[in-house]
Design a protein around this ligand. Structure first.
Ligand SMILES: Cc1ncc(COP(=O)(O)O)c(C=O)c1O
Length: 367
């Protein structure tokens, strides 16, 4: 089924409302795991937070000031034009290939509501909202589970899949897939959604597909949440072929992205902001390598090839360890709610040298 030349998309009006039954209540449990469990549930005020992957010390004051100044304009309805053009310019795309969204999360919901895949495949382990959104929209979802070390094997995705969702770099594995391998997954008749919410953790973003307007059916989803500390603002966007952008925009609630979020989107697309993000990513790489080495020294198995702001580690009895860390006021992210992982996995955010050392000391004592 297709509409407007977009694979997997259909006319939204052709669909009956879903029946109200237990299916909707079960939809986001994913059967075996709670797809709606996120890192914020694993932390609390007063804890040293290794559970949530937002850049510490954010939003930076220059950005907070820009957002605060936009409050004076709240009487007017939001105008997405400037932010759309700023994002397009940043990625070398045209404005009609950009849809601004209330965070990456809204992009997943819009895709799930507009597309009508015959076979949707989510590559796991990964952030669970894409699968939750698909299920909530009534779709069946198949999982392509990558085994440790979680490198992407295009053969893991069935050829008949007409919607494929994958993260890069991936949460929670921190693995960065090569752009060329991801590109192999794109083909006519398929929508390939690449979640790049953590792409700006990688200096220069060499594996990003944001500029690839040549790949059929490619949708790249981006978020301002992590690098800019804007989880509460809800700002993100997607890049896609213009016909798909139009379909998604038609399904989006009017004025979905607020004026402060639009102001932040313009600000974070500017050359100084990109330079700031790049400098942070370079420092992050050093802290990450240091934390990985220290964990390795105390016998904690770290998933290799980490490229994002967190590490995925494997330790026996991870849940007991997590509880013991909580007693020491240290919060880490449980791993067992990610399809493809189990009771032996934890995700830890990369922090500064002092806090990383504190985590390693606590782990060393407990292990
Ligand atoms: C991989 C990934 N993508 C997307 C999101 C959601 O981002 P946003 O806050 O922009 O909705 C998250 C949040 O945890 C994430 O980890």
């Amino acid at each position: 089924m297709s509409a407007g030349g977009v694979p997997g998309a259909d006319n939204a009006h052709a669909h009956a409302l879903p029946p109200v039954d237990l299916h909707s209540a079960m939809a986001t449990t994913g059967g075996d795991v709670d797809l709606r469990h996120h890192g914020d549930a694993d932390t609390a005020p007063g804890l040293v937070d290794f559970a949530v992957n937002v850049r510490p010390g954010t939003p930076p004051s220059w950005l907070a000031q820009r957002i605060a100044a936009s409050v004076g304009d709240l009487a007017a309805y939001p105008d997405p034009g400037p932010a759309r053009r700023a994002v397009a310019h940043r990625h070398g795309r045209s404005a009609d290939e950009v849809l601004l969204t209330a965070g990456a999360a809204e992009a997943f919901v819009l895709l799930a509501r507009v597309l009508r895949p015959r076979r949707a495949v989510v590559v796991h382990p990964q952030f669970t909202e894409p699968e939750a959104a698909l299920r909530a929209a009534g779709h069946e979802v198949d999982r392509a589970i990558l085994p440790p070390d979680f490198t992407l094997d295009p053969d893991a995705v069935p050829p008949e899949a007409d919607l494929v969702m994958v993260g890069n770099p991936t949460n929670p594995t921190s693995v960065l897939h090569p752009a060329a391998t991801l590109a192999e997954l794109a083909r006519p008749g398929r929508v390939l959604v690449v979640d790049e919410a953590f792409a700006d953790c990688v200096p220069g973003e060499p594996e990003s597909l944001c500029t690839r307007d040549d790949l059929p059916g490619l949708v790249v989803v981006r978020s301002l949440t992590k690098t800019w500390g804007l989880a509460g603002l809800r700002a993100g966007y997607l890049l896609a072929p213009p016909d798909l952008v139009r379909l998604l925009a038609d399904a989006q609630p009017l004025w979905s992205v607020s004026t402060p979020a639009l102001v932040a989107t313009v600000a974070c697309s500017s050359p100084p902001a990109l330079a700031e993000a790049d400098a942070w990513a370079r420092g992050l790489a050093e802290h990450r390598a240091d934390l990985a080495r220290r964990l390795d020294e105390i016998g904690v198995a770290v998933t290799p090839g980490a490229s994002a702001s967190f590490l995925l580690v494997r330790v026996p009895h991870a849940e007991r360890l997590r509880a013991a860390l909580l007693e020491q006021k240290i919060a880490v992210r449980r791993g067992d709610t990610f399809p493809g992982l189990g009771a032996d996995w934890l995700r830890v955010a990369v922090r500064d040298t002092e806090n990383n050392a504190r985590l390693v000391r606590a782990l060393a004592e407990l292990l």
